[in-house]
Design a protein around this ligand. Sequence first.
Ligand code: CP
Length: 338
Amino acid sequence: MGGALAIASAYMRCVPRHLPRHLVSIADLSRGEIAQILDRADRYWALADEPVKKLASLRGRTVINMFFENSTRTRTSFEIAAKRLSAEAVNISGSSTSTSKGETLLDTAENLEAMSPDAIVVRHSFGGAAAMLARKVRCAVINAGDGQHEHPTQALLDAATIRRAKGRIEGLEVAIVGDLAHSRVARSNILCLARLGARIRLVAPWTLIPRGIEQIGGDETRERVRIATRLEDGLDGADVVMMLRVQHERFDGEAPRFPNTRELSRTFGLSERSLGFARPDAIVMHPGPINRGVELSPQVADGPRAVILQQVSWGVAVRMAVLERAILGDLPVEGAWG
Ligand code: CP
């Protein structure tokens, strides 16, 4: 056996292997597993203040970020997260891949897998893209947003932000306001927050509320989710107000769901006045990108109750935890924190 192969073979015998831990949906995670990710992210939060922001736990590992939709926060934070754990991060965008020449997503993924990455992070407009890849490739697959289906790491970073701001999630009243019809962020948050014991109000005109959305997690969400079609009702007593952008890019060919954006903004937009319906200590969240002056007034977006940039910071810490779990397994390897 050649030298390199012998070393690799010895390494394989020494390092315990495990099946890849995909993260396709929040539904894949138990309450305990969510808590484990949030606890691990807590340890990584402080790293951002260190002059040297580097740990060794994923040294020698490779993460491919494969984004077929635009992204600022998710793509950048996955790259930073991988690099802070000493992994190699490779970024490819949809327009630069051979999918533009007709190659399928699956063929693309299998060709990338032939280069032996440890994890593929994928964003795609097709709801189900991450699940499809997870069934076909051997490395871990992490869903960075699939169509209108789910965005699990967004929900985890939102949970981390709420937990830090409020000290708990259990028993909180969380209002999710806006374009629920097209929001993968809302779906993942409903599943995650219900599993962590929050109560959720979905706030929008009927035309932006998918039928049966309160039941996406079965009894767990049916018991914890209620619908409000007036902003005043939905925000009354809320501890957390999570605003959503109208996703015009996903309206493709649909009949209009509201008369115009100005009217939607007037009735469901969050201003200093309408924030008064919520609890005086309510925090304001938004996954970004914000449409200033539409779903959120600039005064609220930049005001003292907004935790929107904290959400972005938690994105790095949470994605470090998610990558580590995907590649190493649940338990930290001895010395991995060093
Ligand atoms: N929240 C979020 O997914 O933002 P990006 O589209 O910029 O990644």
